[in-house]
Each structure stands twice: as structure tokens, then as C-alpha cells.
Write a protein that binds this ligand. Structure first.
Ligand SMILES: C[S@@+](CC[C@H](N)C(=O)[O-])C[C@H]1O[C@@H](n2cnc3c(N)ncnc32)[C@H](O)[C@@H]1O
Length: 256
């Protein structure tokens, strides 16, 4: 049974305990956690997504309440906390390894509340101005329904910044790409060192592919995720293929 905590504060966020099988069993996010940032720091495509998010944040009115759903090791919340110090941020991450990394990384910021709730266990209050959900939706049970959960967290007109892996994870293609960019950045010895230290990532990427093939993880085209977002009550403001064509980025507004 996953451990759950309750967010304290004026908006009641309550818990619906579900007895559904833990779908993250296939991909061990906990083992992923320690190697995650090591490779993310050296992955230009991951860094490009962080830059896009920061640029997006600078274009909108400062959000009062932000949720980061499936926030992992906290890289998006780190940007939000730095650029929006007046915002209240709710960091939702069910994996204890990932949230542990996030807590130590974000310890200096006083405006973040951490919670181990999965998205489907949050009873939404409809007050958020911005919801961030990056590379997490595809791992969730019935992702099209989860888009309704994301919608329910937002006030009408609130923003959803969504990135989702849609295509099959070609492990060899990513390994070659990462190795050649690491080699350019650090030379051969440096690339080999980081690859060895981050070897857990290759294993978990293989698990992601397996889960995609069995249908446990959602795969989609850009059009399919856009259709699902529209059906869930979002107006799509920007849509873009990102992450070397593997993922889709949607910037959306919650319709009234
Ligand atoms: C690939 S990581 C992405 C982390 C972060 N958003 C980033 O882009 O760096 C996916 C995360 O989704 C989380 N996750 C899996 N199922 C979830 C659910 N049902 N609700 C919320 N988060 C979930 C996992 O624990 C994992 O940390």
C-alpha cells in the first residue's frame, strides 16, 4: 500500500484510497530516482523542455496556486519556486525515492508543500491557476480520465502545462543519442563514467518500453492526446512535438 499524507491548508485535499494494483510496479521509479538527475542534467532534450517551461512561465500572470503532478525529483517545481516566489506550490509525487530527492533539492524554498498522493487519489478543489504535468500522465491508470482530474484541479481559465511521452521508447536510439551528446560535452572517458553511473536509467527505459508494449502505459499521437485534452475540458493554446519527436507538449487553458 503506498503511503499517503494529507495536504494541510485552506483547500481540503482529501484522500480516496484506491485498491487498484500499483501500476508503477513495472517501472521502479524508486531505483530511477538516484540516476534520474544525473542523466537529465546532461540530456540537452530534457534541458530544452525546462527552458521551454521557464519561458512559458514568464508569459503568464503570476499563478497564486500551482500543482506539480508526478513532479519526480522536482526540476519543474524548482523553476516555479524560483521564478514565482509568491506562489503556493503543491508538489504531488507518489514515489518515495523521487519525492525524497525533490525534498532535499527544494529545501530552501518555503512555498512548497509535498504530498505522496497519486493524481487519481486527489479530490480536486478547482482553484489552481497552473497545473504542471510532465512525462507522468502516460504512466497513470486510464490517462484520458486523468485529464479530467487535471481539469478539476484548475479554476476556469487556469493553465495546464502538459508534456507526455507518446511514442514507444526506443532504448537503443536514446542510448546512442545520449552517449554522443555526453561524448561531445565530456569526452569519451566522461561519457563512459556518466553512462556507468546512470546505468539504472537504461534498465528503467527498457521497462517503460515493455509497459508501453503491453498497453499498461499509454502511447498516443499528438492528435490523440490533443483530442483527449479537449474532451476533458481544455482549450489548446499551443501544441508541439518535443523530446526528439517522442513526446507531445500541450499548453492548455481550462474551459469554464
Ligand atoms: C518520468 S517521471 C517525471 C518526473 C518529472 N515530472 C520530470 O519531468 O522530471 C514520472 C513520475 O510520475 C510519477 N507517477 C506515476 N504514477 C503517478 C500517478 N498516478 N500520479 C502522480 N504521479 C505519478 C512517478 O512516480 C514518477 O516520478
Amino acid at each position: 500500500m503506498p503511503s499517503h499524507t494529507r495536504v494541510e491548508g485552506s483547500d481540503p485535499v482529501t484522500l480516496q484510497k484506491t485498491e487498484t494494483a500499483d501500476r508503477s510496479v513495472r517501472v521502479d521509479w524508486n531505483s530511477y530516482a538516484s540516476a534520474y538527475d544525473l542523466l537529465s542534467e546532461h540530456n540537452p532534450e530534457y534541458q530544452a523542455l525546462l527552458h521551454d517551461f521557464e519561458a512559458f512561465l514568464s508569459t503568464i500572470e503570476k499563478p497564486r496556486l500551482i500543482y506539480d503532478i508526478g513532479g519526480g525529483t522536482g526540476n519543474y517545481t524548482k523553476i516555479a519556486a524560483r521564478d514565482c516566489p509568491g506562489s503556493e506550490i503543491r508538489f504531488m509525487e507518489p514515489d518515495t525515492g523521487m519525492i525524497g530527492m525533490a525534498k532535499s533539492k527544494l529545501a530552501a524554498h518555503g512555498n512548497i508543500r509535498f504530498d505522496t498522493l497519486a493524481l487519481e487519489d486527489i479530490v480536486a478543489t478547482g482553484t489552481a491557476d497552473l497545473v504542471i504535468c510532465v512525462h507522468a500522465l502516460y504512466t497513470m491508470p486510464t490517462p484520458e480520465e486523468r485529464l479530467f482530474d487535471l481539469r478539476r484541479l484548475l479554476r476556469p481559465g487556469g493553465w495546464l502545462y502538459l508534456i507526455d511521452l507518446g511514442r514507444h521508447m526506443d532504448v537503443a536510439d536514446w542510448r546512442n543519442y545520449l552517449f554522443s551528446s555526453l561524448r561531445q560535452q565530456l569526452g569519451l572517458a566522461g561519457a563512459l563514467r556518466i553512462f556507468w553511473q546512470g546505468r539504472e536509467i537504461a534498465k528503467q527505459n527498457q521497462n517503460i518500453l515493455e509497459a508501453q508494449k503491453t498497453g499498461d502505459y499509454w502511447t498516443h499521437t499528438e492528435a490523440e492526446v490533443a483530442t483527449a485534452a479537449t474532451a476533458a475540458g481544455f482549450e489548446i493554446v499551443r501544441k508541439q512535438s518535443v523530446y526528439r519527436g517522442y513526446s507531445d507538449l500541450l499548453v492548455c487553458r481550462a474551459m469554464a
